[in-house]
Design a binder for this molecule. Structure first.
Ligand code: COA
Length: 374
């Protein structure tokens, strides 16, 4: 399967309603693919909180109506923050040749308290949330465990945040594209849940992203060399180890096998940094470095735009933003732009192979895709 068209709206605080953002990204991707809605055989829509936030759970039908391609099958897929990766995973395995996959979310019109509750729908409600483990608290626990086990420091977390904010300044569509952030800003930002500060968290964002998938290669199509998904227990209480996500490990092992590559062959990566600690854990689970080495890698600049393996050149969830249903699709949009050599000021030199890791909940689900140029 190939990614033949890409589209993305500005991430951040948008005045557009959910369906308009979804339509905007879809129209861009179709235009980019040089296709019309009439060329499509199926539509997949990735969306997580459309019900509570936008009172719309049938976004697949809404989008088909807006595109005026009624008649074809359309699906809404949901796997918490991995909804985007999961939609692409399912579309690739469908019988259809020309597919539009759109991810969209409208979150900024909802109060912080309500958002926290809605995001909590992705976690374990029976064991973890009874103990107060809402999302920032779960990742704070993981950060504490990583610090105790490997000596990871607050400076390691801050280095992830700074790198991603610096990258986002080269991405005009990023949530924090115009926010200049210094190490001092990060260090002085308020504690959300110790040891995580405001700048360790991804923001609440609106936005949409879309890809057109085709079985036939066209023009500058990018090849999907591997597509894998895996799961783990939803509850942290049932995990043997908090410093690693088994779902990421399982999915990436399968993806590396399918694509015939290893972590050392990658030129660029998009990882699910919903909190800074998640980027460090992802690097270790994806085999970029040994457990406990990720903080050093980031501090040494190895994952910066001009480093050995640039990670999250668009700013990642931290600074590009995290409109949940759109996130996994936006990662693929960024990788495709990088491999096409069209990423502008944030272009990674000689990028030919890229990997995207999209996580649902606190590691309950992971989707991993590997893309290759040509
Ligand atoms: N990083 C940096 N700055 C942020 C930010 C973030 N994550 N979130 C908000 N801000 C900034 C805003 O831009 C605003 O700045 P301004 O005063 O210069 O305009 C300021 O902080 C206050 O914004 P506000 O929207 O009132 O923040 P909040 O306190 O309601 O929310 C969090 C902050 C961290 C609680 C919220 O972003 C959050 O819940 N993030 C995690 C989301 C999540 O769990 N996603 C799922 C992960 S799997």
């Amino acid at each position: 399967m190939f990614i033949t068209g890409i589209g993305k709206t500005k991430f951040g605080v948008s005045e557009s309603p959910l369906h308009e953002m979804a339509y905007e990204a879809a129209a861009q991707a179709l235009h980019d693919a040089d296709m019309t809605p009439k060329d499509l055989q199926a539509v997949y829509v990735s969306n997580f909180v459309g019900g509570p936030d936008a009172r719309q759970l049938h976004l697949n039908a809404v989008l088909v109506s807006l595109l005026q391609c009624e008649g074809i099958p359309a699906f809404r897929t949901e796997a918490a923050c991995a909804a985007g990766g999961s939609a692409v995973f399912q579309a690739i395995r469908s019988p259809y040749d020309n597919i539009l996959v759109v991810g969209a979310e409208k979150m900024t019109t909802t109060s912080a308290k309500q958002n926290s509750m809605h995001i909590g729908f992705a976690g374990d409600r029976l064991l973890d949330q009874k103990e107060g483990l809402i999302f920032p608290a779960s990742y704070a626990l993981i950060a504490q465990q990583h610090m105790m086990t490997y000596g990871t420091t607050l400076d390691d977390l801050a280095a992830v945040s700074l790198k991603n904010h610096v990258n986002s300044q080269r991405n005009p569509l990023a949530h924090f594209a115009h926010k200049k952030v210094t190490l001092e800003d990060i260090r002085k930002s308020p504690i959300v849940c110790s040891p995580l500060r405001l700048f360790d968290c991804s923001p609440i964002s609106d936005g949409a992203a879309a890809v057109v998938l085709t079985k036939k290669k066209k023009g500058n199509s990018i090849s999907i060399a591997a597509s894998a998904m895996a799961t783990d227990s939803i509850s942290l209480v049932q995990r043997k180890n908090l410093t690693s996500f088994q779902a990421t490990k399982r999915a990436s092992e399968n993806a590396y096998k399918e694509a015939g590559v290893q972590a050392k062959d990658l030129d660029v990566m998009e990882v699910h940094d919903c909190f800074t600690i998640a980027e460090l854990v992802a690097m270790e689970d994806l085999g970029v470095c040994a457990p406990g080495e990720s903080g050093k890698w980031v501090r040494e600049g190895k994952t910066a735009l001009n480093g050995e393996l640039p990670i999250n050149p668009d700013g990642g969830l931290k600074a590009d933003g995290h409109p949940i249903g759109a996130t996994g699709i936006a990662q693929l949009v960024e990788l495709a732009a990088q491999l096409r050599g069209e990423a502008g000021k944030r272009q990674v030199k000689n990028a030919e192979t890229g990997l995207a890791q999209n996580v649902g909940g606190v590691g309950g689900t992971a989707a991993v895709h590997i893309l290759k140029k040509g």
